[in-house]
Design a protein around this ligand. Structure first.
Ligand code: CA
Length: 191
């Protein structure tokens, strides 16, 4: 039996269709709901070193996850070198390594980013730029802070910026949550 002349089966099918429609509506209108929320604190993590925060004890935290996205940065057609050992034995983490760091770097291809965290975390690309000290003042939004030339001015004021992840254009930029083996290409073109 159904309500108002509709069979129970039709009501159920109608309900299922409505739920499906609602899902796609939300997915299209609010795609950010399905985007992982970045853990910005990941830039402050330190393995095995002395932190500058007396109230934290990061140095004794074990590493539960260790993975390797890769990055290549091009400015006006020229690859930007990333210094080897970025995030290792730096201010605030003497004798240790940031949770996000570089060992060896490539001048002619992708450089491997090492991410080592005590738990499953959503480490955003911007965390690497914080560790690298290539993060300027906020520009268009709070999250738009690339400062690839280290002049303290957000690159969003200075460059047209595009990003390709695993061959596809990506608009998340600093907020992009990196996964193992991601191939991240950042292209900066002077305005
Ligand atoms: Ca800049």
């Amino acid at each position: 039996m159904g309500l108002g002349g509709y069979s129970t089966e039709k009501l159920l099918m109608g309900g299922a269709a409505l739920v499906t429609f609602a899902f796609f509506f939300v997915a299209i209108v609010y795609p950010s709901i399905f985007t992982p929320k970045p853990d910005w604190g990941a830039a402050d993590g330190c393995i095995g070193g002395q932190t500058d925060h007396a109230d934290t004890d990061d140095s004794d935290i074990g590493v539960a996850r260790h993975y390797h996205p890769r990055i290549q940065i091009t400015i006006d057609g020229n690859q930007l070198p990333i210094p080897p050992n970025t995030g290792i034995d730096q201010l605030g983490c003497r004798g240790g390594m940031r949770w996000v760091h570089i060992h060896s770097a490539s001048d002619s291809g992708f450089t491997t980013i090492h991410i080592e965290t005590p738990d499953r975390m959503n480490v955003p690309l911007g965390a690497f730029f914080q560790v690298w000290d290539r993060e300027g003042t906020p520009s268009l939004t709070e999250d738009r802070k690339f400062d690839i030339n280290g002049n303290g001015v957000s690159d969003w004021e200075e460059y047209d910026i595009s990003m390709i992840v695993n061959g596809k254009e990506n608009k998340q930029f600093e907020s992009f949550v990196m996964e193992d083996l991601d191939m991240i290409e950042l292209l900066f073109t002077s305005k």
